[in-house]
Ligand binder design. Sequence first.
Ligand code: SF4
Length: 277
Amino acid sequence: MLRTEAENGRADIRTRDRIDTGPRFAEADAVRLNRLFRGSDTSEMLETLIKERMAGEVAIVSSFGAESAVLLHLIAQVDPAVPVLFLETGKHFPETLAYRDLLIAQLGLRDLRNLVPDEAEIAKKDENGLRWSWDPDGCCEIRKVKPLAKALAGFDASFSGRKSFQAATRSSLPRFEIDTTDTQGRLKINPLIDWSPERIAAYIEEHHLPAHPLVAEGYPSIGCMPCTSKVAAGEDPRSGRWKGWDKTECGIHVPGQEDVAGGTGNGELPPGFDPVF
Ligand code: SF4
């Protein structure tokens, strides 16, 4: 029986996922998935990916920031049991923690996992909790990069809420890429990468999603409290992150993908740095 190109692509990806003993996915798989879902509606893509288990065991990494509700809602519509990973750095705004709890309850998400830093490492490397003020890369490494790496080791793919309009460093990211933070060959999926601010706003309105309380106070991109500043109208939404530092990402995403993803382009971040939040 003849199969469509899409069916061939899906079968091929599922087969590789199950029989490979090396990295779960390779660059060719990401390319194939980008082709397979080119032009597909976001909801349709998520439904196919999750229900057909095309990406294996998946989790969503969420900062519960300004626009996090959109991806969380889209995924909750397909499967509210998808694990939601939140980096509980201990440095969040109280408003973010309250917003996290509100969204989880409202969307019916059933598997929130708060990832906390290793206590012994915090005691050794950030005893007074001020490392962010003199070494933000080191602080992100302890509080975000390592806890997330540990948690993601059990998954085949992760969803990120990154959008291309958020910053120049994200302008050409694809929907599917390989997570190069380690050699496991996990997929990193950016379902909203081509969404515009207007589309995000319209989706939030259509589905009556609650807003992060700090957005109305001038924070279009929200991360840890010490590293988030207000942004003036017309500025890059992420310019309020690590203001005054030559740092644009927290280290959860990785550069070295400049050819396919645009990369950070500034050459200043340490190896393994590009991120989610
Ligand atoms: S964003 Fe700031 S406070 Fe949060 S982990 Fe990174 S450096 Fe530390």
